[in-house]
Design a protein around this ligand. Structure first.
Ligand SMILES: NC(=O)c1ccc[n+]([C@@H]2O[C@H](COP(=O)([O-])OP(=O)(O)OC[C@H]3O[C@@H](n4cnc5c(N)ncnc54)[C@H](OP(=O)(O)O)[C@@H]3O)[C@@H](O)[C@H]2O)c1
Length: 450
C-alpha cells in the first residue's frame, strides 16, 4: 500500500463507546493546535448517528469541528481495509478485543498503517503478536496494544523506578501498589467488566498459546527471586493494605523486558539519526530489569476483602457459560457496585484519581550479590499519580502515544507487534504525560535494616 495516498492523520475506531468518546475529547484538544501534528482526523464505527452525537458531546461547549464520520464494522473486514488505506494511524477503542480486535489488527498489518489500542487482555495481545508480528514488521505497521492505563503507568513507572538505581546499586524487585481514590464512588463502565469476564474464560487458551510458542529470553536480575509473601499484605511504608491484582500490567512489562533482553540497546528506529541512536542506547543502558508485580491497595482492609470477593466472583463464575451470563447480566451486583452498565457519571469521572506506588528493593552495591549477601539492603519508592484511570488517564496516554507516533515516526521501529514500553520507553512519553497531569515522583531512597 502506498502510504502517500493516505488522507487522515488518525482515525478513532469505536469513537461512540464510553471510552471512545473521552478519547475523541482528548484528541480535539490537539487538533490543529499550534505545532501539533494532528491536522485531520476521522471518527469511525457502525452507527453514524451515535458518532455525530459523540462529536457534539466531545466538542461541547464549542460547535463540532468538521470531522468526517466513516462507516466501519469489525464484522466487515473490507470496511476495515478501507479505513486502514485512508490513514496513517488507527486508534482502536472497540472492545472486548478478543471478540472484535483481530480483524482490525489484520487490516492494519496488511496495509502498513500504524495501530494503537487500549486493550488490557493478555490473551489477545499475545495472540496478535504470534499471528501478525512478521506481517506487520514487513509492511511497516507498528501494532501496539495496551496504550492506556493498562499498561503504560506500569511500564513507565517500573522504568522510572529502575532508573533511580544508579551504579553500583541495582534493583531486585519492584512491587506496584495501585490505589484508586475518589470523594464519590470509583466506577468503571460495563465494557471493561465484560473484557475481564471474557479474560477468565480465555485463560486456558493463553496457556495453550504460550506452550505452543518458543520461550522468550529472560532478563538477568541480580539476587534471588522474591519470596511469595502473604495473600493480604500490609505495606507499612505507604500505609496501605494490598492484594495481588491479576491485571495485564505485569505480563506486558515481562514482554517488554524479554524484548529488551533480546535487544539490549532497544529496537532501532526506521530512519534514526546518529544522535538518536546514541540517545536510545544511553536510555536503555540505564534501565535495570527487576521482578515486578502489581497489587490493588487501599487504606481500609475491608476494601481489600471487597476486591477479593469480586475477584472470586469473576474467577469462579467466569469459567462457565451460565456463570458468565449471570456476571454480565448483573455487573453491578457481582462487582459490588464497581462497574455499571451505564458507566460512571461525569462527576464521578472528574472526582476520581489514582496513585501507583512503586516500592523497589535491591542492593546498594551489585557486588554484594556475588559475595552471597543476598538480602536486599536498599529501597527506593517512586510514585505515578494522575486523574481517573479509565476515561481520563487512558485517553491522555493514548493520544500522547499517537502524537509521538505521528511526530517521531523515524525514531520508532519500522513495524511489528510490540509493547508500549519497548517502543515509547526512550521517547519523551513520560515528559508528555507529566505535561498533561500524570506525575512521576521519587518519594524516598533509604537503607533497609538487616
Ligand atoms: N487500557 C485501559 O486501561 C482501558 C480503559 C478503558 C477501557 N478499556 C477497554 O476499552 C474497551 C471498550 O470499553 P468501553 O467501556 O468503551 O466499551 P463500550 O462503551 O461498550 O464501547 C464499545 C465500542 O465498540 C463499538 N463496537 C462494538 N461492536 C462493534 C463492531 N462490530 N464494529 C465496530 N464497532 C463496534 C461500539 O459501537 P456502538 O456505539 O455502535 O455500539 C462502541 O463504540 C474495553 O475492552 C475496555 O476493557 C481499557
Amino acid at each position: 500500500m502506498d502510504k502517500l495516498t493516505t488522507h487522515f492523520d488518525l482515525i478513532i475506531l469505536g469513537a461512540s463507546g464510553f471510552t471512545g468518546k473521552y478519547v475523541v475529547r482528548e484528541a480535539l484538544k490537539f487538533l490543529n493546535a499550534p505545532s501539533s501534528p494532528l491536522k485531520i482526523i476521522a471518527l469511525a464505527g457502525r452507527n453514524p448517528q451515535k458518532l455525530s452525537q459523540t462529536l457534539e458531546w466531545a466538542s461541547h461547549p464549542h460547535p463540532p469541528p468538521p470531522v468526517p464520520i466513516l462507516a466501519a464494522d469489525t464484522a466487515d473486514p473490507p470496511s476495515l481495509r478501507r479505513l486502514a488505506a485512508q490513514t496513517r494511524l488507527v486508534l482502536n477503542c472497540v472492545g472486548p478485543f478478543r471478540l472484535h480486535g483481530e480483524p482490525v489488527v489484520a487490516a492494519c498489518a496488511e496495509s502498513g498503517c500504524d495501530y494503537l489500542d487500549i486493550c488490557g487482555e493478555p490473551e489477545f495481545m499475545e495472540r496478535m503478536e504470534a499471528a501478525y508480528h512478521e506481517a506487520a514488521a514487513k509492511s511497516g505497521s507498528l501494532v501496539i496494544s495496551a496504550c492506556g492505563f493498562d499498561s503504560v503507568p506500569a511500564e513507565l513507572g517500573l522504568m522510572f523506578n529502575s532508573r533511580q538505581w544508579s551504579s553500583p546499586s541495582v534493583p531486585n524487585r519492584v512491587e506496584a501498589y495501585l490505589s484508586l481514590e475518589s470523594e464519590k464512588r470509583v466506577v468503571g463502565n460495563f465494557g471493561t467488566f465484560e473484557s475481564a469476564v471474557l479474560g477468565v474464560a480465555n485463560a486456558e487458551k493463553l496457556m495453550e498459546l504460550r506452550r505452543s510458542r518458543p520461550r522468550r529470553a529472560r532478563p538477568v536480575i541480580p539476587g534471588p527471586s522474591p519470596p511469595k509473601g502473604p495473600i493480604i499484605e500490609h505495606q507499612k511504608k505507604i500505609g496501605l493494605w494490598a492484594v495481588k491484582l491479576p491485571s495485564a500490567d505485569a505480563i506486558v512489562v515481562r514482554r517488554t523486558l524479554a524484548t529488551l533482553t533480546e535487544n539490549p540497546h532497544g529496537l532501532p528506529g526506521v530512519d534514526e539519526s546518529a544522535e538518536q541512536v546514541k540517545k536510545r542506547e544511553t536510555f536503555w543502558s540505564t534501565v535495570n530489569p527487576a521482578h515486578f508485580v502489581v497489587k490493588i491497595a487501599s487504606k481500609s482492609i475491608f476494601s481489600i476483602f471487597g476486591f477479593i470477593t469480586v475477584g472470586m466472583f469473576i474467577g469462579l463464575l467466569g469459567r462457565f457459560a451460565v456463570g458468565r451470563w449471570l456476571l454480565l447480566k448483573f455487573p453491578s451486583v457481582f462487582s459490588l457496585g464497581g462497574f455499571r452498565k451505564k458507566g460512571p457519571t461525569e462527576d464521578e469521572v472528574r472526582s476520581a484519581s489514582f496513585k501507583m506506588w512503586f516500592v523497589g528493593n535491591g542492593f546498594s552495591n551489585s557486588a554484594f550479590v556475588a559475595q552471597g549477601n543476598k538480602k536486599p539492603d536498599m529501597e527506593i519508592i517512586t510514585r505515578v499519580m494522575g486523574p481517573e484511570i479509565g476515561y481520563l488517564t487512558t485517553p491522555i496516554i493514548l493520544i500522547q502515544c499517537a502524537l509521538i507516533l505521528l511526530r517521531q515516526r523515524d525514531n520508532l521501529p519500522k513495524g511489528g507487534v510490540l509493547t508500549p514500553g519497548i517502543v515509547f520507553g526512550p521517547t519523551d512519553l513520560q515528559e508528555r504525560l507529566q505535561e498533561n497531569g500524570i506525575s512521576f515522583d521519587v518519594i524516598s531512597k533509604s537503607a533497609l535494616s538487616a
